[in-house]
Design a binder for this molecule. Structure first.
Ligand code: R5P
Length: 296
């Protein structure tokens, strides 16, 4: 087996190659002066299973194209099969046509990956797991909730776990269960599809003196988390923790979240972590998934 990390491997390639005792293939990646992407493999892949790791943030389009070039090249050079690990799958939130005339972007991305030859696709907490049906090959979506529960277990006391919207409800339920069967609630969130404005329907729950854990898959502008965190702060919650799989923190998002009264943020290393965030390593789950795909 060969491990190849692209520009968005975020160190996971090295960790994986060491843990699997597998060769780490050097892949050069650069951008030509006119903006075109170039890659080159320094080593053969013929007859091998190759695991290509590439997260798709930041610079989603460039990283995606680099990945497409790499998979196609691996297949051209005669590799046996391609396992692609995409820790953060960009475009996953555009999983349907919200407005007439829009694309289903995640479908386009998954079709492209299959077309160039990805055999197995490993993702982490993809926005909606049902979207993976658009990939006509084998998919594995990793659930980081047990990892979050492990780090929070000794830190929070009888917390109330909050889903900031209905999409995060099952995540909140699972996390609450793993945190000694704690209480959980889900807000209703409405996003104006044209302006992007977010409004939460308020919940009449007594947060006073309680530790709160807000769980979500993605933090982008930070508005969703900040809205909920300031809501519970105004209702005298004790400490507020945030757990999130993909902390993109666009612009001033981190400051916005901090200002809303959040004590600690836990995020996966599916994208490069911002300072001030407690990183939860996703490597053990990726390792297990790669092992189970290559065992047979
Ligand atoms: C949306 O449904 C996602 O699960 C996140 O809640 C959303 O992407 C967060 O975005 P933002 O940080 O911009 O509020």
């Amino acid at each position: 087996m060969i491990i190849a990390g692209l520009s968005g491997a975020n160190g996971l390639d090295l960790k994986l190659s060491q843990l699997l005792n597998a060769e780490l293939l050097r892949v050069e990646s650069k951008t030509f002066p006119d903006g075109e992407t170039y890659i080159r493999f320094y080593g053969g892949v013929s007859g091998e299973t190759i695991v290509i790791i590439q997260t798709l943030y930041p610079h989603q389009d460039r990283k995606l194209f680099e990945l497409l070039l790499s998979v196609d090249t691996a297949k051209d050079l005669g590799c046996k099969e391609v396992i692609t690990v995409i820790p953060y799958l960009a475009y996953s939130r555009q999983d349907r046509r919200f407005l007439d005339g829009e694309p289903i972007s995640v479908k386009t991305v998954l079709k492209l990956l299959r077309a160039v030859g990805v055999d197995h696709l490993i993702t982490v907490d993809v926005h909606k797991v049902e979207s993976l049906r658009f990939f006509h090959g084998n998919t594995v979506n990793l659930d980081p909730t047990p990892l979050f529960a492990e780090v929070l277990r000794n830190e929070v006391k009888a917390p109330i776990v909050i889903a900031p919207d209905q999409g995060a409800l099952s995540k909140a339920r699972e996390l609450a269960y793993l945190l000694h069967d704690s209480e959980y609630v889900a807000f209703k969130k409405y996003r104006d599809r044209v302006t992007g404005k977010v409004v939460h329907e308020l919940l009449e729950v007594d947060f006073s003196g309680r530790d709160v854990v807000i769980v979500d898959d993605i933090i982008s502008t930070g508005t969703t988390i900040a809205n909920i965190a300031s809501y519970v702060r105004d209702r005298d919650a004790s400490k507020t923790y945030v757990v999130c799989s993909h902390a993109l923190f666009v612009g001033d998002a981190l400051t916005k979240v901090r200002m809303s009264g959040v004590s600690k943020i836990y995020a996966l290393n599916t994208v490069k972590a911002s300072e001030d965030v407690e990183v939860v390593d996703i490597t053990p789950l990726i390792l297990e998934a790669v092992r189970s795909l290559t065992r047979s």
